[in-house]
Design a protein. Structure first.
Length: 203
């Protein structure tokens, strides 16, 4: 087994990126990049902290991230499991990465920058849904924005219904929890009650 241990070795293997890979990166949002972000209901938020790395899925109705200006994004922190791994990381290390998916499109959008966690009353009220405001808003200051070509989505056939996995072939959340807790939590009752519980706590 051969291990690559330097950037020079890596560049010798892969070569240098082409012009299209470099020109697509900008420090601000272009009109086209705005349209991609506004069309995305799902983003993966990557953060880092003293305990290590975290990548958190975030989804919302309509668009998931909102544009304040060409250098600033806002992500309402909707209800979840209260682990707050991403928020804890941002407070201690503001570096973040975002990857947006658009259902039906092979193009993904990526943003790198720094973030802060805000609780301004006007921000929270702005992003309320059904009278339920988020407890905080992640404000992202853009350093680099660029689109990603469709190869990964095409290879994965991500949006092809014929390639979708049958959920019944996978372990359920209740089964996973029961296995990890020696049966003290989770199980069939967890799975049975989850849809109603989630419906009451989406926002």
């Amino acid at each position: 087994m051969s291990r690559i241990e330097s950037v020079a070795e890596l560049e010798a293997l892969y070569g240098l990126p082409g012009q299209t890979s470099l020109v697509k990166e900008t420090p601000v949002l272009t009109a086209e990049y705005r349209r991609l972000i506004e069309a995305s209901p799902f983003v993966a938020l990557a953060t880092c902290g003293p305990e290590g790395l975290d990548c958190s899925p975030r989804g919302d109705q309509g668009q998931v991230v909102f544009i304040a200006d060409e250098r600033t994004l806002m992500l309402p922190d909707r209800r979840g499991n209260n682990r707050a791994d991403s928020l804890k990381n941002i407070i201690r290390d503001p570096r973040v990465g975002l990857m947006f998916l658009i259902p039906g499109s092979g193009t993904t959008m990526r943003v790198n920058g720094t973030a802060e966690v805000r609780t301004d009353a006007d921000l929270l009220e702005r992003f309320a849904v059904d009278g339920q405001a988020p407890r905080s808003v992640i404000v992202v200051h853009i350093e680099a924005a660029y689109f990603q070509c469709a190869r990964a989505i095409v290879r994965a056939a991500l949006w092809d219904p014929d390639k979708h996995v049958d959920p019944k072939s996978l372990p359920t959340a209740g089964q996973i929890l029961a296995d990890l807790s020696a049966g003290s939590i989770g199980g069939e009752s967890y799975d049975r009650e989850w849809p109603a519980r989630a419906a009451k706590s989406l926002w």
